[in-house]
Each structure stands twice: as C-alpha cells, then as structure tokens.
Design a protein. Sequence first.
Length: 385
Amino acid sequence: MTRLPRYEVRHADGRRLWVYGEKAPEAGLELPDGHRPPATGQLRLDELSGAWVGIVPSRNKRPLTGDRRDREACPLCVGGPEVPFPYEAAVFENRFPALRPDPADVPADPRFAPARGRCEVVLYTADHDAALATLGAPELLRVIAIWRDRSRELWADPAHEYVLTFENRGEAVGATIAHPHGQIYALDHIPPIIATRLASLERYREAHAACWYCAADREPDASERRVWETEGFVTEVPFAPRWPYQARVRARRHGLRRLADLTAQEQLDLAASLHRLAASYDRLFDGPLPYMMVIHEAPEGADDWHLTFDFLPASRAPGVLKIRGSVETATGFFVNDVLPEAAADQLRALGEQIEALAPADPFTVEAVEQDERAVQIAAREEETR
Ligand SMILES: [Zn+2]
Ligand SMILES: [Zn+2]
C-alpha cells in the first residue's frame, strides 16, 4: 500500500511548510521569502476573569493591501508567497503568529507570561474557489489526514496543553482571505471555556456515573434535534445552542477523543458527515454561509470527552448576521432567535435534498468505501508514523 506523501521544506525565515500529496517540491528546497517579524508578543493575565490575553502588536503589521479575496492577490494560491510551487494541500507556520515556540521575554511579574505556542495555517486545496462543502471525497479525506498528522505532533509536544484546529469562513467571522483554509493554534495552557467544559464533564460523571457524550444519545428529546447519523458520528443541533443554526458532529464511540483516534471507517463517516452539513449550510440562505468551525479534541486526562466538530454559523436569516453584542460579550449570556428543533428540521430537510439531488453522491459511506484511493489515503497516513 502506498502512502499519502508528505514533504517538509522551509521558508528562508525559518518557518516550516509541509506539502501533502503527489506534487513534490524539490527536496530540501529553501524558499526565498521575506523576513519574519521579531517576537514581540506576550500573554497578560486578566485577573478579573482568570483568562490569559495575547497582546501581539506585530500582527498589526500584516499586509492588508489589495483585495485578498481576489485570486490574483491571494497569498495562498499556487505561486503566491506562501507556496510558490504547484501543490495539492499544505500546512505552513503562520507568518504573523499570535503564539511562537520562541516567544519574547516578559517582565518578572506573575501577570505576564511568554506567548508560547504555535499557529499554523492549513490549505485544504490549491483551488481558490473551493470550500469545505465542495471538496470531493478524496480531498476531504486528505484534509482529515492532514488534521490528524499536524494535531498529533502538536499534542505530543510537552510545551502544549491544548490544540485547537478551526476554520473562520467568510468575512463576517474575520477571514480576510477567501482561499479555503483553516488554522491550528497550540496553546501552553487550557483556556477558560475549555476548562469549564472539563469541569462540567467531571460533574456529570460524579452525578450520573456516566460519560455525558455517551448519555447524549439517550436524552429523551435527542431525536428531535438530530440532523443525520452514521455509525461513527451524530450530526445534531445542541439542546441549548448559542448561535442560530449551530450544529455539531459528535463522535459516538467512547474512547474516540482526538483526531488521531479515528479508525479508517470513522474517517469515512466523518468525511460524509462534514460534507453533508457544510453543503446543507450553503443551501440554507443566499449563498456561502459564514461560520466558525472548531474541532474539540480532548485535553490530557479527559477520558469522558468525545471528538466533536462544532459549527457556529454567523447568520440568522438571509443577509442578516447574528452579531455578538454587549450582553453576549460582557456576560456570556446568549439569546438565540431560532428554536433548536426548528433549525434541526431545516438542516435535516436540506441534507435529504442533497441526497435526492445527487443520487450518485460520492459522500454516501458506501460509495466512499468503494473509492480505494480515499481509503488508502487514510491508511497511508497511519503508516507515516
Ligand atoms: Zn487562493
Ligand atoms: Zn463516552
């Protein structure tokens, strides 16, 4: 069995670039590329909330000239400054990172900490006009293999306590570049919302002698909020979503805590689930739906934690954005205008339409299983360890 090839090269400023796929760069190529801004960032402790805040003035020097939505001005297209040669998919260390493995020194004061960590950018494809929703089965399985590859290395680094893989899609959520891409942040501490989730799972275990995720399937009204399911994953609207049309793709198997734990079959199930939800979103309103997608992997020692993809769309109606206003931002108390059960009905119907419109949809699990190349990409990635 052959592998999903991975090549590592470096920009002249020292940043690493990993290229995945059949299109190989010249071995050992050093990319002649501009200088990297010096490390100036620091973390400061907000003592009133207990949260660390990254203060990173060098990020303000990001070049924002030209319309970066344009293919011509796109820094992520083939021939651009990040990947100057033809590629299929790639990951590179962010040129303007909030966190770095070599952070600047900070004053000897417990309210300061070095801005230590890593920030990487994941290029799903070289196709500027693609999206998570339009990637074919082999491409989406390749993205999953890349997420697995990078997150495994970042989790293995003792400098990191939490690794978050995510995507900001659309200008409404701050994506200044239209090219389909996501990011990965590796943090040296557990951020507050994740700490709250950990504590909630522990409380649930103590009260019910059970794992909350395993019990989620048995909630009496769970089926009303269910959008779709495969053997490996459930797609559902949460019981108390903060965002209209928020949905999650939740692993069913206890013990599937991180991307690295996915079996080949679960990768196929996940690809099919992500495709169906992303494609449904883009049919919900008038065109590509802006969203935040976050992959929740388990922190160290969190046994009651199932791998979950949370999708937080920024729209509540055609052309109407859900803005996080004063109350939400200042207190964490959210008000959502859409009934979760109704949102689930809409997303479920859209998913059925997608299936009906394309009876030969390559994302039915059975069809993907026939795609030997896709299965091999998943399996090859295992071998690269
Ligand atoms: Zn592009
Ligand atoms: Zn469980």
